[in-house]
Design a protein around this ligand. Structure first.
Ligand code: SF4
Length: 302
């Protein structure tokens, strides 16, 4: 959509990407490449993120994975809802635009901001479009160029190739329910461990779904962890260790951190660094590194 808009002389004034902090590595690499493409075409571009401000008694965290681990839950998409997307993708973009001077000026003139949305001309996106088109927004007029041009995904891919650019991978959080088995197979170990951890941390509270893939079907299990185990994407012993000890260690870390004032409280990142530093086989060093921090250690870690 962006490439064609530019070639038609309809260059947007601003491009935003909302980053929930858990996109695939290939997506971040593609974004970096497109950053250069947009700079060459003199397009203003920003990456925006949802910033959590109220941590109650929790160690501070700064992305969707941190929220899931802190609260012991799965992304709302796993329960058939969309609040994760609204909070981590839609809301930060709207918040940015509300501070962006050209938008403020347009609203002051009684105009609306035109927002380009990349729903394509396929049946599936047609359903999303039908829903979105019914929503009247006092600040934005939505425009759907791909539907205007009757482009489906194949047409988009052909246009990207014609520009001499590679076709990007499908983007989503690595632990999204929409992830396909092949996409999970391609993940680095860092994110495989995080998926096992997220499901293990949330497991005690799950009643209506088994895990990130909701419920087991003939093609895949409800828990991504079971898939990671069956496909030997992580060593069996490492998966068992994470399930057996990491959620408990994390909760105890949170409890110890809660005793600290916010400005000296250790962040969730400090615990995650130790979690990922553990060798797959476990061992004494590894075991020690997941021991919860007491209040004094919390101060040092902070
Ligand atoms: S990609 Fe999936 S998990 Fe991430 S915000 Fe969107 S719906 Fe939620």
């Amino acid at each position: 959509m962006l490439i064609e808009l530019v070639s038609q002389g309809r260059k947007p004034d601003l491009v935003l990407t909302a980053d929930p902090g858990a996109e695939k590595p290939e997506t971040y690499a593609y974004l970096d490449m497109m950053r250069g493409w947009m700079a060459n075409h003199d397009i203003e571009f920003h990456v925006v993120r949802y910033v959590t401000k109220r941590f109650k008694n929790y160690p501070p965290y700064n992305d969707l994975a941190g929220s899931l681990l802190t609260n012991g839950c799965l992304p709302s998409i796993a329960f058939g809802r969309s609040s994760c997307s609204l909070k981590y993708k839609a809301a930060p973009q709207e918040a940015f635009i509300k501070t962006w001077q050209p938008a403020i000026d347009a609203w002051a003139r009684g105009e609306k901001v035109i927002r380009y949305i990349g729903y394509d001309a396929s049946k599936r996106d047609g359903q999303r479009y039908a829903h979105a088109a019914t929503i009247e927004d006092p600040l934005f007029d939505n425009s759907y160029p791909l539907r205007e041009w009757l482009w489906d995904r194949d047409a988009c891919e052909n246009r990207i190739r014609a520009e001499g650019l590679p076709v990007p991978p499908k983007s989503s959080c690595v632990f999204c329910t929409a992830m396909k088995p092949d996409e999970v197979r391609a993940l680095p170990e860092y994110w495989l461990r995080m998926i096992v951890l997220i499901e293990a941390r949330a497991a005690p509270r799950l009643r209506t779904v088994e895990g990130l893939w909701r419920r087991s079907t003939k093609s895949k299990p409800g828990r991504m962890t079971n898939f990671i185990r069956a496909e030997r994407l992580l060593p069996e012993a490492e998966i068992d260790r994470i399930i057996a000890s990491a959620p408990t260690s994390l909760v105890r870390f949170q409890e110890a951190a809660a005793q600290e004032p916010l400005d000296t409280r250790p962040t969730l990142e400090t615990w995650l660094e130790r979690f990922h530093a553990i060798s797959p086989e476990g061992g004494t060093n590894a075991k020690a590194s997941l021991e919860p921090l007491d209040a004094q250690q919390c101060r040092r870690a902070a």
